[in-house]
Design a protein around this ligand. Sequence first.
Ligand SMILES: *Cc1c(COP(=O)(O)O)cnc(C)c1O
Length: 463
Amino acid sequence: MKLPYAEPFKTKMVESIRLSSKSERQDWIEKAGYNLFNLHSDQVFIDLLTDSGTGAMSDKQWGALMTGDESYAGSSSYFRLKNTIKSLTGFDYFLPTHQGRAAENVLFSAILKEGDLIPGNAHFDTTKGHIEFRKAHAVDCTVRSAYDTESPDPFKGNIDLNLLEDVLKNNPIEKIPVVIVTLTCNTTGGQPVSMENLKGVYHLTQKYGTRVFFDSARFAENAYFIKEREEAYRNITIREIIKEMYTYADGMTMSSKKDGIVNIGGFIAFKEKDWFEKATTYNIMFEGFITYGGMAGRDMNSLAQGLMEATGYEYLESRISQVAYLGKKLTDYGIPVQKPYGGHAIFVNAGKFLSKVPREEFPAQTLAIELYLEAGVRAVEIGAIMADRDPDTKKNRYPELVMVRLAIPRRVYSNNHMDVVAAALSNIYERRDQITRGVKILKEAPILRHFTVKLAPVEKNTE
Ligand SMILES: *Cc1c(COP(=O)(O)O)cnc(C)c1O
């Protein structure tokens, strides 16, 4: 018999969680304005809101905390992290930031002007927020297959190179300072970008005289998919794949809360010195001196350790197998999810699941609320609420695909927890025809509204 796979780690410390009663949850979600971001964590049983900063650090990472160097300038922890980033990516220049969006803020402050165009593959919400806040435009060039959840395309994070070339060719190139490729593409379901596509994007940016940066939060998971799904890389190690990936980039922004397996942190890295120098001024203003930039020395130390752990094959195999385990369970129950399964999350096709709820009543948010009420599971809406209003017309934007993301924290939950999540969704799926009304917005912020929006259920037959 072939041995089943098991996690390449065991548990050293545990944290208690509790399943509340349904009436408790009803009360809590109402008080939270039907916004799952407003729940207290002890009101949640299984928290799949995000995989960001929610991972479990290893004993070696906790050990690294103790040997962190808190010197204001020239900390040895900074140099340890700098060397780790250099060895993984080849980049010589790096700036620490307190998290990923801070990296975006610093980079875009240095290079973006009003009216610029930033092509990419379905930009992450904070990336788009930072672009639109500066009155620039994020241009989505993702391949079409990404929007068909049943398409078996193994690389639904890819950029459509013809679309990208059209944008580069038909606009003044000085209005396109950078192309952003997100690895993996969270917005389309944690879907990977192939090496061939990264190469193609780089070739185009070189041809038209611009640059490409990778939004790298899940770069290691992306590398794992390249190894699994791109024939030429089957026998290449994860770290060699990562090294090659970054030869096709001019730099990267990083949210270390994902594939850094730390609770907070981020950075920017650059191939060339010019943008590093420009960005340095903003880093010092917004984040801190260049050798800490918003991070404690101990946190840089444990990030350096986390980056090495996150790029190990056995770790990645167990992580991505767990995500696939949940995906397969849901598929077996007939629930429509984005396929192939992504790297960090399963994305439930909420538009299809709750097909009777009109798009104006936010079916994805409605499903996320139902899931919380059913089993205390917290997921997140990736739909029309998150898509914000169009900055020019102020109208609601309705994405083609509206989804509920079940993001799985790294090294935190067991497959028993996954079984609970799947059973809860299956129960809702069985009574899906009775769910015909969704929610309405009572109060919203002008940008990134999903974090703070206040909602109320739309009652049947009333308005
Ligand atoms: C999380 C994330 C960000 C933002 O990073 P924070 O650390 O949350 O500020 C940017 N891009 C991608 C792809 C991310 O996943």
